[in-house]
Design a protein around this ligand. Structure first.
Ligand SMILES: [Zn+2]
Length: 471
């Protein structure tokens, strides 16, 4: 004889329409108990019932939800019975984790609304439940907006708003009979992931690599199955993580704890805005030489297409990415290992920065001289204005050049490794792909890929590097 299934009943009130349609908790529970009876299952424990305030955020919910999840993992249940999937939770991340637990522990879910038993080891069943949870999450986000009506006031109080971001859980309180979002708390595991993403973006890590890495580690993004560029960008640039509340362009101090520092958040935003010296959007390219190497035949920039470097037409040249990168890396590292080179690059930049700084000082002096001349009555106000209009932009331009030249150039990362092949090599391994690309661009005039027809099969002969030379 088959063992009797142990059932856990969930009764929860959350939709306003439930009340209208007479599906209050007792009625939901009644239907669930009737189903358990009908199926010949055994009631394993007291019902998981979330009553009181019509919200998933009430303390009662947390306790009951916790109890349910613990019972699933502990193997105390075989089947969960509830009126509808969205009775369980409206938290998307929690929902996903819950379904995974149920699958792992072989706990089925019975929905009384459509009288169906869902087996999570069956993909279509899992997908259906997954979607039901998603729809519920969307419903909640609209509900939260109504709940936080009075956005301006909330902003001034530094209260959070909008969709709940990864890494936080919301804290609600009843005010004047209405449920209000008052603040948010850190969920440590998720917060650690947020920190990683913000820092990696700030360090110029390539987004494509980050996505691959997260997927390989089996980490899921909030409210979706797979990571995308948009998700990474949204997380890395969200001011909420630095406890900043934005409202109509105005910044308010958030009343919740920060997950990253303001500096870390700003750094990530800066990288995403592509405000790097090279003008290249860090994170855009997933391989070392994309758009740096050119085709010897048609001069088009080389891109990656299915693990191969190929020119845009994909007809002239083609070579495997890994093999080409290996060649280039060896050449670049060897080149950098020659002791006089890096010093020269660094000096050149320092000299350029100093020249620009001197120019700024001189321009300021000119402007001051004009002001003195005006105060002595030697020139009139129109002349002074004319000088200002002319010199002002020149000062700005020189200041910009000074700042740019003073920015540590790509090669600064190799400081201390001059003249030592092993040390340069070790440093190369440590730096991000973005930094490696900057390095290649800093030391070469051009990298050209020739066809096998022109140069033979040997890759070494097909890659033509023109190194930068002292000006
Ligand atoms: Zn070509």
């Amino acid at each position: 004889m088959k063992a009797q299934l142990r059932a856990g009943v969930v009764a929860r009130e959350s939709h306003p329409e439930d009340e209208e349609e007479g599906r209050s908790i007792p009625k939901q529970a009644k239907r669930c108990f009737a189903a358990v009876d009908e199926k010949g299952w055994a009631i394993a424990t007291s019902p998981y019932s979330y009553n009181g305030s019509a919200s998933e955020f009430a303390a009662r919910f947390h306790d009951e939800w916790k109890r349910l999840r613990e019972d699933v993992v502990a193997g105390r249940l075989d089947v969960i019975v509830c009126y509808r999937a969205d009775r369980l939770t409206r938290e998307q991340e929690a929902w996903h984790g819950f379904l995974k637990d149920c699958q792992r522990c072989n706990v089925k879910i019975y929905i009384t609304a459509n009288k169906r038993l869902y087996d999570l080891s069956i993909t279509s069943d899992k997908t259906e439940l997954w979607r039901a949870g998603q729809a519920a999450a969307e419903y909640t986000s609209t509900m939260s907006d109504t709940v936080t009506d009075g956005h301006a006031e909330a902003a001034e109080l530094g209260r959070p708003s909008g969709m709940k971001p990864l890494g936080y859980e919301r804290v609600y309180k009843e005010e004047k009979g209405k449920l209000k979002l008052v603040t948010q708390k850190i969920v440590e595991d998720d917060a650690e992931l947020v920190r990683e993403i913000v820092r990696r973006v700030g360090n110029g890590d390539v987004i494509a690599n980050m996505i691959r890495d997260l997927e390989e580690r089996g980490i899921k993004p909030p409210r979706a199955e797979h990571w995308g560029y948009g998700t990474i960008r949204a997380i890395a640039s969200n001011p909420m993580y630095a406890a900043i509340r934005k409202y109509r362009g105005q910044e308010y101090k958030g009343n919740w704890p920060e997950i990253v520092t303001r500096k870390e958040w700003e750094k990530a935003c800066e990288v995403l805005a592509g405000r790097k010296r090279s003008g290249e959007r860090i994170g855009r390219f997933a391989s070392l030489l994309s758009a740096i190497m050119r085709c010897a035949e048609c001069d088009a920039p080389i891109r990656v297409h299915r693990e191969s470097y190929a020119c845009k037409a994909q007809t002239c040249v083609k070579a495997p990415v890994a093999a080409v990168d290996k060649e280039i890396v060896r050449d670049v590292v060897a080149w950098l290992s020659e002791s006089d080179r890096i010093g020269w690059f660094l000096q050149a930049d320092e000299a350029a920065a100093n020249a620009a700084r001197r120019e700024v000082t001189e321009l300021h002096e000119r402007l001051e001289a004009a002001v003195i001349a005006y105060s002595h009555g030697n020139i009139d106000i129109e002349d002074l204005s004319a000088v200002r209009r002319k010199v002002g932009p020149m000062i700005k331009a020189a200041e910009k050049r000074a700042a740019e030249a003073a920015t540590p150039p790509a090669l600064r990362v190799f400081e201390g490794t001059f003249g030592n092949f092993a040390a340069v090599w070790a440093r190369w391994q440590e730096i991000s792909l973005a930094a490696r690309r900057e390095t290649v661009k800093a030391v070469t005039e051009s990298v050209v890929l020739h066809t096998t027809r022109a140069k033979g099969r040997d890759l070494q002969d097909r890659i033509e590097i023109t190194w930068k030379e002292a000006r």
